[in-house]
Ligand binder design. Structure first.
Ligand SMILES: NC(=O)c1ccc[n+]([C@@H]2O[C@H](COP(=O)([O-])OP(=O)(O)OC[C@H]3O[C@@H](n4cnc5c(N)ncnc54)[C@H](O)[C@@H]3O)[C@@H](O)[C@H]2O)c1
Length: 370
């Protein structure tokens, strides 16, 4: 993800009109084999190190992006905040709830440090249109909502182990910590409040080859399905919200989806067909017909690309970084759904994931407190 950010920063010329511009001056990675890529591709890089403390001690560094394995989040995020560096961290923002609480405590102690968590899918133009419907309270009473993030490469039993499949480095959350924020960002920003959660978690591939081809235990949760009774702040009414987070969803390479069904309007978007937005407006007694709308390159932050063209993953990363820097400079997001995840929103995600583990452990529905 570090290289994705470097690439986005290199094409900042795509975003005319933004008053802020990132300049990457320092790079830290303990894998020194990666250093040459950064040296070769980033003009103005004056510090390359394998010790993050050296970057935090560098007075030329105003802000840091930290994308490291989950067991390092609390240590490095807290150190960055204490050093006074503005921080974009990665999800899940702490390997577990105590780690997340430690990061939140550091943000409270340093209120002038701007801290956000990365999540790019809401920046797809189809999702931005869907978010406008949330802003307009277009749904009437919400009947049901379904959000999720689906991968499939773990269907291959020959896929080797890596840190994301190891509890020590990825966390007990497994797939929930890895993919969960992508399915929670917009609902949490919408103010949906889950009252309780019933989770069914699956460890489908219990062994995987290590680097040398030997089979070793793989104990992380591959898939999670969460059902939450949730309150819509617009109406005060409860509705069922399902969240599917799956590393083994046959055929799904990288599918983000959001579906909201309501008494007055319904909407669906999926990265499987990212230009397509399906909308149904309903007037009592009237016709029920879904519109299939082609969205173009119409993101929150204007770019040089014309609106008829296609928008993709690296465009969503660029938009997310525009949102981070815009809010850092202006101290408010461009609009409600064009902002990165707040530390408080990550805390709610941790409450949900921790309750989901308990639900799975005891086979029960767990009440959430907020
Ligand atoms: N927003 C997204 O779409 C998205 C996608 C993938 C991963 N992520 C998140 O990004 C983070 C990193 O995941 P990734 O896929 O980039 O992993 P990765 O393994 O590709 O990269 C992690 C990097 O951290 C480096 N590293 C490890 N320990 C370090 C240390 N002590 N100091 C400095 N560098 C260190 C590693 O050498 C490696 O290059 C995770 O939190 C993950 O959940 C987010």
């Amino acid at each position: 993800m570090g290289r994705e950010f470097a690439s986005a920063a290199a094409r900042w010329m795509h975003l005319p009109g933004l008053e802020v511009r990132p300049a990457i001056v320092a790079l830290c990675d303990t894998n020194v084999a990666l250093h040459s890529w950064y040296r070769e591709n980033i003009a103005g890089l004056s510090q390359v190190t394998d010790d993050y403390r050296a970057v935090l001690a560098n007075p030329a560094v105003d802000a840091v992006y930290v994308a490291v394995p989950h067991h390092l989040h609390a240590e490095i995020y807290c150190a960055a905040i204490k050093a006074g560096k503005q921080l974009m961290g990665e999800k899940p923002f702490g390997i577990d709830r105590p780690a997340n609480k430690a990061i939140l405590e550091a943000t409270r102690q340093h209120p002038n440090v701007f801290v956000r968590c990365s999540s790019e899918s809401p920046f797809f133009p189809g999702m931005q249109r869907l978010c406008e419907m949330i802003e307009q309270n277009a749904f009437g009473q919400i009947i049901e909502a379904n959000t999720g993030f689906l991968h499939s490469s773990d269907l291959d039993p020959g896929k080797p182990m890596n840190w994301k499949r190891t509890i020590e480095f990825n966390g007990e959350y497994g797939v929930l910590g890895d993919l969960g924020m992508h399915a929670l960002h917009v609902p949490l920003r919408a103010g949906w409040r889950a009252q309780n959660v019933r989770a069914v978690l699956s460890n489908i591939m219990k062994h995987r080859p290590d680097g040398g081809g030997k089979l070793v235990p793989c104990a992380t949760w591959d898939n999670g399905v969460l059902l939450m009774e949730t309150i819509d702040p617009g109406t005060g009414e409860p509705f069922p919200w399902t969240v599917k987070l799956q590393r083994i969803a046959p055929g799904h390479k990288n599918t983000w989806y959001t579906e909201i069904l309501g008494t007055r309007a319904s909407v669906r978007w999926s990265s499987e067909n990212p230009r397509l937005l399906q909308v149904m407006h309903y007037v009592p007694g009237g016709r029920q017909a879904w519109e299939h709308i082609q969205t173009g390159y119409e993101p929150a932050f204007p770019t040089i690309t014309g609106p008829i063209f296609e928008f993709g993953f690296s465009d969503s990363i660029l938009q997310m970084w525009a949102a981070f820097l815009y809010e850092l400079a202006q101290r408010k997001p461009l609009k409600r759904f064009a902002g990165c995840v707040t530390p408080e929103e990550t805390a709610v995600s941790h409450e949900i994931f921790t309750a989901a583990l308990e639900s799975q452990r005891h086979g029960v529905t767990v009440t959430l407190g907020h």
